[in-house]
Design a protein around this ligand. Structure first.
Ligand SMILES: NC(=O)c1ccc[n+]([C@@H]2O[C@H](COP(=O)([O-])OP(=O)(O)OC[C@H]3O[C@@H](n4cnc5c(N)ncnc54)[C@H](OP(=O)(O)O)[C@@H]3O)[C@@H](O)[C@H]2O)c1
Length: 329
C-alpha cells in the first residue's frame, strides 16, 4: 500500500479510502428495506486492512443499502453501527475513521443541521454507533444556511479540544463558503478544515474549476467520492443492468447519458490492458500528481473481487498520451 498525508495534517492514511454509503446487500428485506450482508462487509474490511488500507469513511445518515430520505428516517446510523461492530475487533489506533454530520437524523426541528445543539448531540450518537471514543475526521456533510458559520466552527473546535474529534473537514460546501469557514477559523484560532470531500471522476470534473484553487491556496486535501461514478466507470452497465442500478433507480439516467463516453474509455482500458475500474482510479491518482492537489479516492466496494481489482489500480500508470486521449473524451 502507498500512504499519504491526510490533508496537510501529520496523520498518515492509505492512498485509497473505503466508503460505506452502499454496502453488500443480503437479499433479505426488513420493513421494506434490503438489509446489509454484514459478514460480507466484514470480509471486505479485513481484506482491505490486510492489504494496508487504514482509512474508512462513513456518515451518520448512511444506511448501507438505501439512499437516506425523509420516509426512511429509521435507516440512519446503520452504516456507522455496522462499521462499529467491525472496528471494535481491530486496534483503533491503527485506523483512521471519518464520519459526517448535517443530514436529517430525526423528524423534529433540530433533528438536522450544523447548530451547536445538533452537532453535540450527533457526535455522541456517532461515537456510540461506531463503538469508539473519538473520530479522526469529522466532516460537515453539506451546508446549513440556518446556522452562522462561526457557531459551527466554534463547535467543531470544541470537539477537537475535548478529544472527541482529531480533525475537521467539509463536504459539498461551495468554494466561497469554504473560504469563509477557513477565514473564521484563522481569525479565531479555531481548528481549520483539512479536507474537502467532493464528487470527482473522469465523467465529473466540475470541482477542477470550482474547488482546486481553494484546495491549493488553503492547503486542503480532496477526498474524491464516487470515483467510479457509482459503478458506471467499471463499464459493467455496457453489458448488463446488474449492480447498484437495480435498487437505486436514479442511476439509470446517468448510465444512459454517459454510455457513449464509457464505450470510448473501454477502448483505452483495453489498449492499456487494465480494467475500466482500474483506469478510472489510476486516472484520479495521476490527476493528483498533475495538479499538485492531494486527492484520495474513496471507493465503494460490494465484494472482495472488486476490492482486489480496484486496489491494483495503484500499480497502473497512465502516460501523458493516454491522459490526453481521456481528456479529449
Ligand atoms: N460526501 C458525500 O456527499 C458523498 C456522496 C457519495 C459518496 N460518498 C462517499 O464515497 C464513497 C464511494 O462512493 P460510491 O460508492 O458511489 O463510489 P464508486 O466507487 O463510484 O461506486 C462504487 C460502486 O461501484 C461498483 N463497483 C466498484 N468496483 C467495481 C468493479 N471493479 N467492477 C464493477 N463494479 C464495481 C459497486 O456497486 P454495485 O456492485 O452495487 O454495482 C460499488 O458499490 C461512499 O461510500 C461514501 O463514503 C460521499
Amino acid at each position: 500500500m502507498e500512504y499519504t498525508k491526510l490533508g496537510n495534517s501529520g496523520t498518515i492514511v492509505s492512498r485509497i479510502c473505503i466508503g460505506t454509503w452502499h454496502l453488500p446487500g443480503s437479499g433479505s428485506f426488513k420493513d421494506g428495506v434490503e438489509t446489509v450482508d454484514e459478514q460480507a462487509f466484514s470480509r471486505i474490511f479485513k481484506r482491505a486492512y490486510d492489504r494496508g488500507i487504514n482509512f474508512f469513511d462513513t456518515s451518520n445518515i448512511y444506511h448501507g443499502r438505501v439512499e437516506h430520505n425523509e420516509e426512511c428516517i429509521k435507516c440512519t446510523g446503520n452504516s456507522e453501527k455496522i462499521l462499529g461492530n467491525i472496528i471494535k475487533d481491530y486496534n483503533r489506533e491503527s485506523l483512521v475513521i471519518a464520519t459526517k454530520v448535517r443530514g436529517p437524523m430525526a423528524d423534529f426541528v433540530n433533528g438536522e443541521g450544523l447548530s451547536r445543539k445538533h452537532i453535540i448531540w450527533q457526535i455522541k450518537e456517532s461515537l456510540k454507533r461506531l463503538k469508539t471514543d473519538y473520530v479522526d475526521l469529522y466532516q460537515i456533510h453539506w451546508s446549513d444556511n440556518n446556522t452562522p458559520h462561526k457557531e459551527t466552527m466554534k463547535t467543531l473546535n470544541h470537539l477537537v479540544d475535548i478529544d472527541l474529534v482529531r480533525y475537521v473537514g467539509s463536504s459539498n460546501v461551495s468554494a466561497s463558503d469554504v473560504i469563509d469557514f477557513m477565514n473564521i477559523a484563522e481569525k479565531n484560532n479555531y481548528e481549520r478544515f483539512i479536507t474537502m470531500q467532493e464528487p470527482y471522476n473522469i465523467l465529473n470534473r466540475s470541482i477542477e474549476e470550482s474547488k482546486f484553487d481553494v484546495a491549493r491556496s488553503m492547503n486542503l486535501g480532496i477526498l474524491a467520492y464516487e470515483p467510479l461514478e457509482q459503478g458506471i466507470l467499471s463499464g459493467k452497465y455496457l453489458k448488463s443492468n446488474s449492480g447498484r442500478v437495480e435498487y437505486y433507480k436514479d442511476l439509470s439516467k446517468r448510465i444512459n447519458e454517459t454510455s457513449e463516453k464509457v464505450l470510448k474509455l473501454s477502448e483505452i482500458a483495453r489498449k492499456l490492458d487494465v480494467t475500466m475500474a482500474q483506469l478510472a482510479i489510476a486516472w484520479i491518482l495521476k490527476r493528483s500528481i498533475e495538479t499538485g492537489v492531494s486527492i484520495i479516492p474513496i471507493l465503494g466496494i460490494t465484494n472482495e473481487k472488486y476490492l482486489d481489482e480496484n486496489l491494483d489500480a495503484l500499480d497502473v500508470n497512465i502516460n501523458n498520451n493516454y491522459m490526453k486521449m481521456i481528456n479529449d473524451i
